[in-house]
Design a protein around this ligand. Structure first.
Ligand SMILES: O=P(O)(O)OC[C@H]1O[C@](O)(CO)[C@@H](O)[C@@H]1O
Length: 186
């Protein structure tokens, strides 16, 4: 019988290792990019997009104007805005095309990924490395015991939650005040 605690420990240890390998100066810069942007857009695919959606929702609770590319009420991106691309491989077609478009409108683009040599390099101003395995299975990637790119998706979500908590602390936001931004038709 597979033991729940053993498996949970393996996952949390992987996550701890991965989050500890993200450069803190890169995260500081990400925080600045978010704070300086008028609007923040997010793009990715699959489970990576699900993590980005969760980040977008939390940042919206902090008063950041966030949009997920493709949402029905998505506004126009401008040079005052930021696009955050989540793509471990940096090679998924949709995020690449959207990042290229965003640069055409002179928006800032941050790529959160695992592969610094990817095609996304041409369209991003800042690269934040989560050094874990991607769907490309490159030789220098840190392997995970979890299926496919779960570790990247989990690390991405926790990176977003970490940035949100850093913002709360930096801006001395009162936690209970955040509920005013939470959906109430639920
Ligand atoms: O992060 P990438 O390289 O753009 O790949 C995203 C893909 O990886 C997956 O997360 C697979 O694990 C898919 O859900 C998604 O389509």
């Amino acid at each position: 019988m597979v033991n729940y605690y053993d498996v949970a420990k393996e996952i949390t240890m992987e996550l701890s290792a991965s989050l500890n390998k993200i450069k803190s100066e890169d995260v500081d810069q990400l925080l600045r990019e978010i704070q300086q942007a008028e609007k923040v857009f997010f793009v990715g695919v699959g489970r990576v997009m699900l993590s980005l959606q969760a980040i977008a929702k939390r940042l919206a609770h902090l008063g950041v104007k966030t949009y997920v590319v493709g949402q029905i009420t998505e506004p126009a991106i401008t040079e005052k805005d930021l696009l955050i691309v989540g793509s471990g491989s940096g090679e998924s077609a949709f995020p690449l095309i959207i990042a290229k478009k965003a640069k055409q409108y002179r928006a800032r683009v941050v790529h959160i990924g695992a592969n610094p040599q990817s095609s996304m390099r041409d369209f991003s101003d800042l690269f934040i490395k989560i050094p874990v395995s991607t769907k490309l299975q490159l030789p220098d990637e840190i392997r995970s015991k979890q299926p496919m790119t779960s570790l990247f998706e989990q690390s991405l979500l926790l990176l977003g939650d970490t940035v949100a908590l850093m913002m709360i602390r930096e801006q001395n936001i009162e936690m209970t005040s955040l509920w005013q931004y939470h959906a109430n038709l639920e």
